[in-house]
Design a protein around this ligand. Structure first.
Ligand code: 48F
Length: 266
């Protein structure tokens, strides 16, 4: 029996790793923004993969507000909450509360049911850039356990048409991409102190493409553009994820139209 268990894990697991080594959209981070973007992209037919460093989903959702187990969203985010069939309770002043465990579970279920793949325990370490004109075309990754071990182990690669930094406060991938590849023209402004109502609006406004092939969503937007953080309100995270899905859909469709034209002309 042991050998059959081994075979099932190794064959099927390796098949998944190979199948998902070249995708349309690769999202680093399974927090609220990454999971939301994944659902809307996967249901539009794109091959979507999330790499999540931890062995669980949800990013900052589980901590609620300073560990008090409620998530707050505003009215504008309700259509997304409804798309994921998440129950929300109306409280005062146009706000709604959600149970954090339900938010984590249903965002992940929504992304998975739409067809997105999630690999847990994967740390995205670096980006792959091709020049003329410079474009991000993939990532280097390690199992998180290897990264934590401190062993010198070379990473593996995944190619993608669009790479999304949904890594949270530090916008880790964009910071690395910018530092190592000045030709991408990325300047990290750094996150500013809290101003919830301004931040919730600006995060959504600034969500989008940072360089060719490289996109940002969620709280990472603040570090890239020097915006204030917003604290424990999550509507902006969901709206940022949905907006990014629409932007990437447009970009990828335009890119494939462009290729089609090129072929005809050739
Ligand atoms: O931090 P996180 O929840 O980001 P988000 O989607 O949402 C932010 C809110 O939770 C909250 C807030 C606003 O309400 O201020 O903080 O923008 O989720 C980021 C996820 O990315 C993973 C990390 O473990 C977390 O689950 N992550 C971070 N760096 C990497 C990564 C990496 N290099 N590779 C893979 N996963």
């Amino acid at each position: 029996m042991e050998l059959q268990i081994n075979q099932a894990i190794i064959r099927e697991g390796m098949r998944d790793l190979e199948d998902f080594s070249d995708v349309d959209v690769l999202i680093a981070g399974a927090g609220p923004s990454g999971l939301t973007a994944a659902k809307y992209l996967a249901e539009r037919g794109f091959k979507v993969l999330i790499y999540e460093r931890r062995l669980s989903f949800g990013g900052g959702i589980g901590g609620g507000g300073n560990m008090i187990p409620k998530i707050v969203v505003q009215t504008e985010a309700l259509p997304i909450v409804e798309d994921f069939k998440i129950r929300a309770k109306k409280v005062e002043n146009g706000f709604f509360t959600i149970d954090p465990a339900e938010l984590i579970a249903k965002l992940a279920t929504g992304a998975l049911d739409a067809g997105a793949k999630i690999f847990l325990g994967v740390n995205v370490d670096d980006v792959i850039v091709r020049d003329a004109p410079p474009r991000v075309v993939g990532v280097l990754w390690h199992w998180t356990a290897i990264q934590l071990s401190g062993l010198h182990v070379d990473p593996l690669y995944t190619h993608c048409k669009a790479l999304v930094d949904a890594t949270g406060h530090d916008a880790e991938l964009i910071a690395i991409a910018g530092r190592k590849n000045p030709e991408l023209g990325i300047e990290m402004a750094g996150e500013k102190s809290n101003w919830s109502e301004v931040s919730e609006r600006l995060v959504v406004e600034h969500t989008g493409r940072v360089a060719q092939g490289l996109y940002v969503t969620g709280i990472a937007v603040c570090a890239v553009y020097g915006l204030p953080r917003m604290g424990p309100i999550f509507g902006g995270m969901l709206m940022s994820g949905k907006k990014l899905a629409e932007i990437i859909e447009k970009d990828l469709k335009n890119a494939s139209k462009g290729k089609g034209k090129g072929k005809k002309a050739g």
